[in-house]
Design a protein around this ligand. Structure first.
Ligand SMILES: NCc1[nH]cc(CCC(=O)O)c1CC(=O)O
Length: 309
C-alpha cells in the first residue's frame, strides 16, 4: 500500500468539506497512510453565470478531476454523487458511495415561512429544472427565478435579489452548518430530489486495487443500492440536468423501493411511478421504474423537452 495518497477536490467550501470528511474517515482507518488534498476548478466552477441546463455538458463538475486521475496526478476524487454522470470515463469507477445525509430539498425563506405559507406570486430562486417543474405543478402562481453560484453566493442572493425563498439541497446546507436557516424540508410528494442527492461518491481508477480496497472503508451498502437504482433509472431515461427528473431510492427492512417523476418544464404535467425489489436487484429496479414512466407518458414528455417545444 502506498504511504502517500493524493486526493482531488473542487475548491468550493462544500466540496472541500466533503473531501475532508472522506479523508478524515480514511485517516482513522489507516493511520500509516498520509493524504494530500489537491483542489481544482472545473468548468462548472468557472461558468457560474450560465444556467446549468444551458451549458448541458456531462461531467461539468467532474471532468478536470477525472482527467487528473487518468493522468495519475491524483489517486481518487471526491464528488457529490448528484454531479457525477451516469456513464463514467473509460477506466474509472465509483470506489465508494458514502452514507447518505438528508436527501431532500430545503426551503430557505424570508421570515422562515414554509412553502404553503408563501404569498401568491412568491419569487423563489432555483436554477434546477426539476425543482422548478415540481414547484410550479404544486403552485402555478410561484415565480421561479434563476439562481446559480456556490452555496455562499446563493444564500446572499436571497437578500440581494429580494427573493421570498430559495431552494438548496438539505445535505449541502447541513454540511455548511447552516441547518438553522432551513424553514422546511420540502415533502417528497411535492418535490422529489435529484438522483444521488445527499450522497458523496469517491471515484478512482478501476485497476488501482489498493485504492479500491482502501475505499471500502467509506462504502455504505444501503446508499449504494438506493443510488444504483436511481442512477439506472436516469441512464435508462437518458436524462441529465436538461430534463426535470426526480428520484428517490430507499432501503427499508431489506427491501429497496424507488419512486421517480418526470415532468414538463412548465410543471403542467408530473408523471410519477414506483417500484420495489430485493436490494441486489437495484439496477433492474431502476430500469423497470424508468420504463413505467416512459409508458405512462414520460416518453412524450422527453421528446417534447428534447425538441425544445
Ligand atoms: N447542483 C450542485 C450541487 N451538487 C451537490 C449539492 C448538494 C450536496 C448533495 O446533494 O450531496 C449541490 C447544491 C444544491 O443542489 O443545492
Amino acid at each position: 500500500m502506498k504511504r502517500k495518497i493524493t486526493v482531488g477536490s473542487r475548491d468550493s467550501a462544500l466540496a472541500l468539506w466533503q473531501t475532508r470528511w472522506v479523508v478524515e474517515q480514511l485517516e482513522k482507518q489507516n493511520p500509516e497512510v498520509t493524504f494530500e488534498i489537491i483542489t481544482m476548478k472545473t468548468k462548472g466552477d468557472k461558468m457560474l453565470d450560465v444556467a446549468l441546463a444551458k451549458i448541458g455538458d456531462k461531467g461539468l463538475f467532474t471532468k478536470e478531476l477525472e482527467v487528473a486521475m487518468q493522468r495519475r496526478e491524483i489517486d481518487f476524487a471526491v464528488h457529490s454523487l448528484k454531479d457525477l454522470p451516469t456513464v463514467l470515463p473509460e477506466g474509472l469507477t465509483i470506489g465508494a458511495v458514502c452514507k447518505r445525509d438528508n436527501p431532500g430539498d430545503a426551503l430557505i425563506s424570508k421570515d422562515g415561512r414554509k412553502l404553503e405559507e408563501l404569498p401568491r406570486g412568491a419569487r423563489i430562486g432555483t436554477s434546477s429544472l426539476r425543482r422548478c417543474a415540481q414547484l410550479l405543478n404544486y403552485r402555478p402562481d410561484f415565480q421561479l427565478e434563476s439562481l446559480r453560484g456556490n452555496l455562499n453566493t446563493r444564500m446572499k442572493k436571497l437578500v440581494s435579489e429580494r427573493l421570498d425563498a430559495i431552494i438548496l439541497a438539505a445535505a449541502g446546507i447541513t454540511r455548511m452548518g447552516w441547518e438553522d436557516m432551513i424553514a422546511e424540508i420540502i415533502p417528497f410528494d411535492i418535490c422529489l430530489p435529484a438522483v444521488g442527492q445527499g450522497a458523496i461518491a469517491v471515484e478512482c481508477r478501476e485497476d488501482d486495487q489498493d485504492i479500491v480496497e482502501l475505499l471500502k472503508g467509506v462504502e455504505h451498502p444501503a446508499t449504494r443500492a438506493a443510488t444504483n437504482a436511481e442512477r439506472a433509472l436516469l441512464r435508462r431515461l437518458e436524462g441529465g440536468c436538461q430534463i426535470p427528473i426526480g428520484a428517490f431510492g430507499e432501503v427499508v427492512k431489506e427491501k429497496l423501493t424507488l419512486t421517480a417523476i418526470v415532468a414538463t418544464l412548465d410543471g403542467s404535467q408530473v408523471i410519477r411511478a414506483q417500484g420495489e425489489a430485493a436490494v441486489d436487484q437495484a439496477i433492474q429496479l431502476g430500469i423497470e421504474v424508468a420504463e413505467k414512466l416512459l409508458d405512462m407518458g414520460g416518453k412524450k414528455i422527453l421528446q417534447q423537452v428534447r425538441s425544445g417545444e
